[in-house]
Design a protein around this ligand. Structure first.
Ligand SMILES: NC(=O)c1ccc[n+]([C@@H]2O[C@H](COP(=O)([O-])OP(=O)(O)OC[C@H]3O[C@@H](n4cnc5c(N)ncnc54)[C@H](OP(=O)(O)O)[C@@H]3O)[C@@H](O)[C@H]2O)c1
Length: 338
């Protein structure tokens, strides 16, 4: 017997990856319910060889649904997440709507999977894409030497801002190649082509961006440790898919680069790519479409008593969103908790 799985935002950049990930993996599914706004209702998607019509998201959409994967924006989740949960579905939400709520677990299965078993509202939150790949890389090192402070600088792909953002950068590139006038940006505040934008999300009164704040707060919640200090600078770069992150990590105890590589080479969800002498290190174009969090450039930071530098890359639409959500569902399925 399989589940009825709803995908809210099935036409989006994340929703499309959810379909792909569910198709590849083994979660038993009897019925798939692709949902979107009225704009896309009536279009079809193909899932496991079957053509399925997308329907408009309404309060009645969740009848008989066991698992509802949400990725249609925060306000949609705020309104319809509780509706789906009261209809009996387990909601796994990709937006920031519930991430910091005390009664909603924030889960990365490789790091704190057990937290998913305590979801009193039947809502589980998927962390922000930049947080997920950082904590997957940090977890094995944290277990060994305890992370004290992380300085993270991100190099985030435009796919993080959705399907229209990918189109926007692509159109700017095509216009540039053709010598045509640059189409004005609609998704980002400036053209992304040949640019690095030190702004992801709104700015808070102290000058921090919302994306930076998410990395700080979500990391503490996932590791269940308020003392971990994170300071972030999040930057959008003209990469289509795959976020990069430079991490400078200070540990409580000693941890050599060699030992860190050893730990990372067997850590769940991590693939160590660290042969700089052969020009091999994690790259966004190689990570796109793949599941692992790639870690490389592991080296000691001689300016700290116990410090390491790492370079971490993952597909933000997969491990950063769709794959992590599906892994949460699989984790619950394996424990009869769906
Ligand atoms: N992109 C990432 O890397 C990433 C990572 C983690 C989390 N997220 C979060 O996931 C969410 C979706 O991101 P995305 O990148 O997939 O965006 P996207 O490509 O813009 O897709 C948005 C999806 O939401 C649907 N939608 C919008 N308004 C709706 C409404 N009122 N009712 C029903 N469906 C509606 C759209 O359907 P239509 O076709 O009908 O417009 C589309 O399927 C966002 O909250 C984002 O923050 C994204």
């Amino acid at each position: 017997m399989g589940y009825t799985v709803a995908i809210v935002g099935a036409t989006g950049a994340v929703g499309q990856q959810m379909l792909a990930v569910l198709e590849e993996r083994d979660l038993p599914i009897d019925r798939l319910v692709p949902l979107a706004s009225l704009r896309s209702a009536g279009q079809t998607i193909t899932f496991r060889g079957e053509e399925i019509t997308i329907t408009e998201l309404t309060e009645a959409s969740f009848e008989g649904v066991d698992v509802a994967l949400f990725s249609a924006g925060g306000s949609v989740s705020e309104t319809f997440g509780p509706v789906a949960a009261s209809a009996g579905a387990m909601v796994i939400d990709n937006t920031s709507a519930f991430r910091m709520a005390n009664d909603v677990p924030l889960v990365v299965p490789e790091v704190n999977g057990e937290a998913a078993l305590d979801a009193p509202r039947r809502i589980i939150a998927n962390p922000n894409c930049s947080t997920i790949q950082m904590v997957v890389a940090l977890a094995p090192l944290h277990r060994e030497a305890r992370v004290k402070r992380v300085v993270v600088s991100t190099y985030q792909a435009v796919a993080g801002a959705g399907a229209r953002a990918i189109k926007e950068l692509t159109e700017q590139a095509v216009a540039w190649a053709n010598g045509s006038p640059e189409p004005p940006p609609e998704i980002f505040p400036h053209p992304m082509l040949f640019e690095c934008l030190p702004q992801i999300g709104e700015f808070l009164p102290d000058g921090t961006s919302v994306e930076e704040e998410k990395m700080v707060e979500e990391t503490k919640k996932i590791f269940a440790d308020e003392t971990i200090a994170v300071t972030a600078t999040t930057v959008r770069v003209p990469v289509l898919v795959g976020h990069g992150e430079a991490l400078n990590v200070e540990f409580e105890g000693p941890l050599s680069a060699e030992r860190a590589k050893e730990l990372l080479s067997t850590a769940p969800g991590v693939e160590l790519v660290d042969e700089p002498e052969k020009n091999r290190y994690p790259l966004a174009r190689q990570a796109a479409g793949k599941d692992p969090v790639y870690v490389g450039r592991v080296r000691n930071d001689a300016t700290l008593p116990h410090g390491l530098n790492l370079w971490v890359v993952a597909d933000n639409l997969r491990k950063g969103a769709a794959l992590n959500a599906v892994q949460i569902a699989e984790f619950l399925h394996a424990r009869d908790a769906l």
